[in-house]
Design a protein around this ligand. Structure first.
Ligand SMILES: C[S@@+](CC[C@H](N)C(=O)[O-])C[C@H]1O[C@@H](n2cnc3c(N)ncnc32)[C@H](O)[C@@H]1O
Length: 194
């Protein structure tokens, strides 16, 4: 299916592909899960959709640390960003230079976004930028080992490709540096930056 930025519109998030994107996942649970597993005070969600996870994360982190925390979500969908209507949810194409400093975020989170990118070159550019702005950890979510598992979970026809863990890791290896470590969990690649 030919998708453009404009395909990620109201119909996509609310009624077309997803019934109600605000309720698609339990964002609060995901946020608490990440906080249990990793130590971080700053957080970037790349391809954040309507910004629900970043919103939860900002609230929880700021309550926990009793200070303003550096949390952002980025997505290239003008609809999703406008719908989020929050200053820390920005309209940015993740294949371009991200408007953040080197190592700005303790944790960079990517849930499925790179499966929507058009070319492998785009994926490599996006990985390079994600790596540049990450300080401690990159959590790359939604990776499958077997094609059957991928097919079962293919609820979104806008997703352009399914790579397995090895294929994703090979791409990540092009930006990782000596001393960094990568490990797998069931559906994730976790990169720990030296
Ligand atoms: C299924 S959604 C996942 C959204 C979000 N990660 C979540 O968990 O709710 C995929 C998202 O990737 C975004 N996306 C696709 N290509 C992108 C790009 N080049 N730059 C930024 N976002 C992109 C889409 O707009 C869409 O919101």
């Amino acid at each position: 299916m030919a998708t453009t930025k404009k395909s990620f519109n109201k119909k996509y998030y609310f009624g077309g592909v997803y019934e109600d994107y605000d309720k698609f996942m339990n964002y609060k649970k995901i946020a608490h899960g990440l906080l249990r597993q990793y130590k971080f005070q700053s957080f970037l969600d790349i391809g954040c959709g309507c910004g629900n996870l970043a919103k939860e994360m900002k609230k929880i982190l700021e309550q926990k640390y009793k200070k303003k925390c550096d949390v952002f979500g980025i997505d290239f969908s003008a609809f999703a960003v406008k719908n989020a209507n929050l200053p820390f949810i920005k309209c940015v194409d993740c294949t371009k230079k991200l408007p953040f400093r080197n190592k700005q975020f303790d944790l960079v989170y990517i849930y499925t976004t790179y499966s929507y990118l058009k070319t492998i070159e785009d994926i490599k550019k996006a990985m390079k930028e994600a790596y540049r702005v990450a300080k401690k950890t990159i959590v790359f979510d939604d990776v499958f080992s077997h094609k059957a598992a991928m097919d079962k979970d293919n609820y979104d026809p806008y997703r352009l490709r399914f790579l397995n863990k090895g294929e994703w890791l090979k791409l990540w290896s092009t930006v990782m540096q000596k001393g960094d470590k990568a490990r797998f969990t069931k559906h994730k690649i976790i990169i720990t930056i030296k």
